[in-house]
Design a binder for this molecule. Sequence first.
Ligand SMILES: *Cc1c(COP(=O)(O)O)cnc(C)c1O
Length: 383
Amino acid sequence: MRKNFLPFSRPSITEEDISAVGEVLRSGWITTGPNAAAFERDFSEYVGCPHAVALGSASAGMHLILKALNIGPGDEVITPSMTWVSTVNLIVLAGAVPVFADIHRDTLMVTPETIAPCFSPRTRAVIPVHFAGASADITALKGLADQKGVPLVEDAAHALGTHHGGGHVGATGTSIFSFHPIKNITTGEGGMFCTDDDEMAERIGRLKFHGLGVDAYDRQTQGRSPQAQVLEPGYKYNMTDMAAVLGLRQLHRLNQFNRKRNQLAARYLEWLANMDELLPLAIPENTTQHAWHLFMVRLDTDRAGISRDEFMEGLKARNIGTGLHFRAVHLQKYYRESMGMEKGALPHTEWNSDRICSLPLFPDMTFEDVDSVVEAVKEILSH
Ligand SMILES: *Cc1c(COP(=O)(O)O)cnc(C)c1O
């Protein structure tokens, strides 16, 4: 058994990263400034998207998008229940109704077939999620959304480094990325809004900072009046330079991070091929480059004779951390009670919600760490 605890994720931070944040602190300009501008520039170049706006979180980005699309009472938004709670919470907080689409059982992503029955005359947006580092079939989903005249917004929180037929995820259309500490790069907390729509970019740039259209740094460097006026009420969602300098440095290491994630995932997949109790996710054909944000398995609870929660407990007792991405949103207390959805409404979502588990995967992990996870899993399943 392992002597030390292996977390399921840990950010890769170097001494140079720490010094760079220290330099920003000593510079006299710690909020949105030159580092945020440089991070936006390099990010937009990396993704291949004309506009990138750095924010306090991906959730902040989603909030601004819902606002920019004027989504409110009487409106419906189609999104999976197999997702992080943030998008669904924001839809509800906007006064709109989330309409949950079921997912493909083995990719955990919505498909044209699962979203088709969710459209109504009230539908105002479709928000698919790119899951675990693979790409959703955006070409097909966008085709259907266009046909219905409804905007599509991509939750790309897991998809930094993910490529599909059209290049990097988020190169076209409107998307959000997250820099929470478990994501492929981190800024502590942070997110990036990306779009190829000039008007949308301008609106988000304004809404992120009180509706002023310029942030403090723009006002200073571009000589605009410090008395810049409110064009519409906005929020306070800008990214600090302390966070941005970290993001900039992490972005430059992203390809290296993802190469290691790929190698670790390959090692997991190799032994999984001989383990009937654990099913990996399927990799969709349209994913030409996988970012391996998460390494997820589904426990065949009948074959294993234990529940997923017992499986996770067993790993914890053997000094191995795991994650759960995600517990279906529609079965969480508030949504169960307010939407009255019964178990059975979204069969593939529910089947996975009871069986998924994320095993440790992060760039600084070693191949021996993978082997120690395998050992522990074998031991648990042999009992
Ligand atoms: C992490 C995550 C988010 C939210 O990102 P934050 O930066 O924490 O707001 C949104 N959607 C998915 C699928 C995520 O995993």
